[in-house]
Design a protein around this ligand. Structure first.
Ligand code: ADP
Length: 560
């Protein structure tokens, strides 16, 4: 017959069984809660679910979840539900962590939960426990200052993150008291909720980081495109910050000034930008949306004077400058105005002579001898020829510019052409011309144009030999080329001018060389014509000793 266990043993067993069941139930509840909370990554939904779970597990009339900001020592409400109503946490005031009394503050300070089954008694008691009570309208009352509370019991559980208290959950009941078991359960749920909130925060952060990375990438791409654009534009662009330091220097700025961005960036503009003082003084900075004003400033770069046209636009942090090299345009403008002055002068001289001679011939009272008449008529003839020549040069230069001049590709015997031309020109040149040419030297080109070049070179040789001296015309050839050279013993040309004399309208100052003027078009025309025949023209000269101009043409390939 089985022995009945004694009563106290039975009671003990029942207690153990009850405890185990309760623990199992709690474990099951927490497991379900973990799953349920883990399903969302939205913080508000985590709070809602947390509250749903609480509602199922423990009777309460209010719950407030607060976060604690350690740096500012502030307690902020994150979620509140009171007597069946949600209260917007944003409407609740932030509370300063107090060093005495407050129950929330105590939990935060100690990191331990609090269970108070006589809230009214506690706040009224000697310890002076402060308690914040929230009603369904969201009105916060600080107890005991504002009178008695209807709250009976409260549980305060710390929310922890890696051991640090980051918030408090406050659970209140108006009608019942709470047990240690209740507190244990709430602690378990709060732990799970804290984990879910942390995950949700990380997710929010991740999304925010992703969004800001995307935004940063978009800005970077835009910047890159802008930078590429700024790099590619033909205008020099640079940016000077308010404190005077250069922060941007594009490729064109490098090309125009010859200064690399490494030389300039992060340095004071006044130190590194050529002519900065003049630029800053003369270029007006446009601050609003109006059209920027252009200022032309001469700037000395690498020993050369450049004319740069600047505009400047103000930015909040500095000024963006854009500039363009207008040197060529300016030189052309200069040359044009020089040309007008020159041509007018050049035309006036022969015209005055023709006019004077004609008037003299027409005066009936003057009894002119026939030699005198012939002399005057000859003067009219030469000066008219000079007038025609100038007009011809101007017209030809403009036709060359417009691409209207074509040249023949004939087989031309340059030796023979030189002989004929020298014979014809000799009487008019007033200088002794020596010819050194083989019987024949065949080039490919345009006979008339080659002759025109030779006449021009002979004219110049005589014109720029004011103290006389012989002229030598020589023709030579090698496997590929035929060369026609005209050498004089005249004033010569300074090395710095030897390139420029082939430019349109370019003339060495006649006052310096004491030589007659001209239009500055002759050598330009010669160079252009030579180029069109696939040849070239060059000069070698020593000032004071003479010059040698050489026209080089391709040698004719057809049978000789
Ligand atoms: P122009 O003779 O009408 O002035 P060119 O184009 O023929 O124009 O010549 C340009 C300049 O080159 C001249 O003004 C002169 O200064 C220089 N030049 C040309 N040929 C000679 C030369 N044989 N000796 C010295 N200087 C010359």
């Amino acid at each position: 017959m089985p022995v009945e266990p004694p009563n106290d043993v039975l009671a003990h067993h029942q207690q153990v069984e009850h405890d185990l069941r309760r623990k199992a139930e709690t474990a099951q509840l927490l497991l379900d809660a973990a799953r349920y909370l883990g399903e969302t990554l939205e913080i508000e939904r985590v709070y809602d679910r947390f509250h749903e779970l609480l509602a199922d597990a423990i009777q309460h009339d209010g719950v407030v979840v607060s976060s604690f900001d350690e740096r500012e020592s502030l307690i902020r409400c994150e979620y509140a539900w009171v007597e069946g109503e949600h209260v917007d946490p944003a409407t609740l005031p932030e509370l300063k962590l107090s060093t005495a009394g407050g129950m929330q503050s105590e939990v935060i300070r100690t990191g331990r939960p609090l269970l108070e089954n006589d809230v009214g008694g506690r706040v009224a008691g000697d310890e002076g426990g402060t308690f914040y009570d929230v009603d369904r309208e969201g009105t916060v009352r600080k107890l005991p200052d504002t009178g008695p509370t209807h709250v009976q019991a409260a549980m305060m559980v710390p929310i922890k993150d890696e051991g640090r208290v980051v918030g408090v959950v406050q659970l209140m009941s108006d009608e019942r008291t709470y047990t240690e078991d209740d507190l244990e359960l709430v602690e378990g749920l709060v732990g799970l909720m804290a984990g879910a909130v942390r995950m949700a925060r990380l997710e929010t952060e991740r999304r925010r980081a992703e969004a800001s990375e995307a935004a940063a990438k978009a800005v970077a791409a835009e910047r890159e495109q802008e930078a590429r654009l700024f790099k590619a534009v033909g205008d020099g662009i640079f940016y000077v910050r308010r404190e005077g330091v250069v922060r941007f220097w594009n490729r064109s700025a490098e090309l125009i000034t010859g200064l690399s961005s490494e030389d300039v960036l992060d340095r004071a503009a006044a130190e590194v930008v050529p002519g900065w003082a003049a630029i800053a003084e003369q270029v007006a900075v446009t601050e609003d949306d109006s059209v920027p004003r252009v200022a032309r400033v001469p700037v000395e770069v690498g020993g050369r004077e450049l004319w740069l046209s600047f505009v400047a636009v103000g930015r909040p942090e500095g000024v963006v400058y854009a500039f363009r090299d207008m040197t060529a345009e300016r030189e052309l403008e200069q040359a044009k105005s020089d040309f007008i002055a020159t041509v007018s002068h050049e035309l006036r001289t022969p015209m005055t002579a023709v006019y004077g001679a004609a008037r003299t011939l027409l005066r009936p009272e003057l009894d002119l001898s026939s030699e005198q008449r012939t002399e005057l008529l000859e003067m009219i003839a030469t000066q008219s020829e000079r007038l025609a020549q100038i007009t011809e040069e101007v017209l030809l230069a403009s036709r060359l510019d417009r691409g209207e001049v074509t040249v023949e590709r004939d087989r031309v015997d340059v030796g023979e052409l030189a002989r004929g031309t020298v014979d014809a020109m000799q009487p008019h040149l007033g200088a002794e011309v020596t010819l050194d040419a083989p019987q024949s030297a065949f080039a490919t080109g345009d006979r008339d144009r080659i002759q025109q070049i030779l006449i021009n070179l002979l004219d110049n040789a005589a014109k720029f030999s004011p103290r006389g001296g012989g002229i030598t015309v020589s023709v030579s050839q090698d496997a590929d080329h035929v060369r026609l050279a005209v050498a004089d013993q005249g004033v010569g040309i300074a090395p710095s001018e030897q390139q420029a004399i082939f430019e349109k309208f370019y003339r060495v100052d006649p006052h310096l060389t004491e030589t007659p003027g001209g239009t500055g078009l002759g050598l330009y025309i010669c160079g252009e014509l030579a180029g069109r025949m696939e040849g070239k023209i060059a000069v070698e000269s020593e000032p004071g000793r003479g010059s040698t101009f050489v026209l080089e043409l391709p040698r004719s390939r057809t049978a000789e």
